[in-house]
Design a protein around this ligand. Sequence first.
Ligand SMILES: [Zn+2]
Length: 279
Amino acid sequence: MRKRAPKDIIKGSYQGGSKERTFVKIPGQEVRDVTLESLKYLCSSDPDLVDALNLDNKKGYTCIHTHPVEERQYTQGMGSIPSSEDFSHFLADNEKKTMVVVQQNPETGDIEGYYLFRKTKGTQRSPFDFPTEYRRFLKDEKYGEEFGKVYVESAFAKPILEYRNKAFGGPFSTSQPPKQRQEALDELVRTFNLKARYLPAKGFRYDSGTKFSPLGIESKVAAVIALGLISLLSFFSGPLGGKVIKALGGSSILTSITLGGLLILLSLIAYSYLKLSEH
Ligand SMILES: [Zn+2]
């Protein structure tokens, strides 16, 4: 059977509003929804289901969860960037090799962008006996509390708490300047030797330290023009370039006039194409 695309599975699980869902991607398997509790801006995964799926896998897996963030979260809250808890759960569990946080539209469930973090050889191993302790932590409230204290006070968790303070101003997410949030994120990535990528979905761009935003018409036109310019330049600088320039008249003034004209034509085409495609 052909595997379904992760984004179709994630969108297919969406149940409306800002309730988060969580998934795992185990090598060789399809992305699986492992949500136990799905609450507003909060979710938990079913540890027994994850164990069962992960039983024969020795390579580690990818944990995925959604951030269906409402618009006002962007201006008053933390945007859609991963929380300190997200990093705690990821970094404390040595079996989790990659974490993906998915920004999702809270009205349509459409995926707008992905925050990807991959552990490398240089990433510090968690000193905790995961997943055993982690599972107990999830199942046993009293143990969870004790474990939480030990974890928070450990040297391992210190950079994660620093991230929380710098990016969100403490445990209750308040608005911090996006530049500061991105710096905090970069610092955490450096400290744990992670590889990070901020991958916008088609038609979106990454706003540093905040969210993935839809591309405006101007930037779409700019992108098309840039693409046209690149292909044009590579055309003229290729082995054929000299001949073409000669054929066009040979003088450099004439060439730039021709180039300029072509560019204007190209942008007009791009603009009318986008105008049409807007409707
Ligand atoms: Zn999260």
